[in-house]
Design a protein around this ligand. Sequence first.
Ligand SMILES: CC(C)(COP(=O)(O)OP(=O)(O)OC[C@H]1O[C@@H](n2cnc3c(N)ncnc32)[C@H](O)[C@@H]1OP(=O)(O)O)[C@@H](O)C(=O)NCCC(=O)NCCS
Length: 375
Amino acid sequence: MTDQILITGCGTFIPSEVIDNETLVKAYNAHVEEYNREYSAEIAAGDRTALKNSSADFIKNASGIEERHVMEASGIIDPKRLRPNLGDRNPDELSYQAEMGLAAAKNALDQAKKSTSDVGMLISACSNYERPYPSLAIEVQKALGINGFAFDMNVACSSVPFAIRLAYNSLLTQPELPGVLIVSPEFYTGHLNFRDRDSHFIFGDAAGALYLERSETSKSSNAFSVKNIQLQTHFSNNIRNDGGFLRQAVNRTDPWHPRNLFSQQGRAVFREIVPLVSEMILNQLDEEGIRRSSLKRVWLHQANSKMNLLLAKKILEREPSHAELPLVLKNYGNTGAAGVVLAFSESQNLDPGSWGVFCAFGAGYSAGSVLLQKC
Ligand SMILES: CC(C)(COP(=O)(O)OP(=O)(O)OC[C@H]1O[C@@H](n2cnc3c(N)ncnc32)[C@H](O)[C@@H]1OP(=O)(O)O)[C@@H](O)C(=O)NCCC(=O)NCCS
């Protein structure tokens, strides 16, 4: 019998510092006041537009987010700074994202009851990297003492399903590979525009990790079999971040230049992503002959509570229960590629044989959906 490929371990890392909406908005509004005072003459002359205040109620109602965990809070809530205040770590120290990925990776290996000798390939799968090279994954590989190889990949918030596809194919075709570790360390607040009212509230920091292996080696009592993987990409500028290495060369060195940081057309994203993702999942269910009513869990990218609710309604053809649609946005915000792993980690209690869909989507546009069956 062909081995099944299983997810047998899931781990997360949540930074301890927390910023609630009220505190975030207080800092942003202090910036608005200062800006409008500094440019009052130009604003009065019509040469510049006054900034508008943000509001904690708007954030909660529009996104479902009430607070976010962050790697460094004091710099973000300082109105004169509005960005994390980090020490410049020495190259011999563990980098920030490696620290996040390492913590989540250890938790995933623990859940799978595996040691580092059970990992032959380590993939880092997230939206942004604090440096182009050496690879963050290789740094985590070294810190864990893993043989084999490691590499970074980036498909924005959809990175984890794309990494699952690589892990799945590798485990099926490379019998010498004991298991694959995927880490997704998202340090979103490092490239969030905290001067932008439309997006300053969206993201938090967190890491997720998954361990995949063949069924013959599994020792886990909490495993999920990967049954179908669908991936899609369609180019769009509606979620964009040009903060790459060419910014010096194209003379966009101002750290506050909006193109150097995350920006999105949120309404267009909502409108265009919902049909793309719901059709992808429904096609996937059709392909496998699974009825919508058999789906017991919809683990989604933690984008926005309204968007996730609408997606789940389209997939299930009814209102989902809290258990069917795990939402972790309230406490963590959108944590990029790590978000779907956080939702999965908090809600794995399914009966054997039950079906669930693990789906992420985001910039690209990109989307990936993994149909899972509880073992
Ligand atoms: C970003 C998002 C939460 C914004 O919600 P929205 O309801 O679409 O809000 P809009 O941006 O259209 O703004 C609605 C109004 O609130 C105002 N507003 C925007 N930000 C505000 C803030 N922080 N505080 C108060 N008011 C705000 C706008 O100016 C607008 O006012 P107007 O109607 O007078 O022009 C929502 O569009 C979204 O989640 N989209 C999907 C994003 C996503 O998932 N991206 C994926 C990233 S991986």
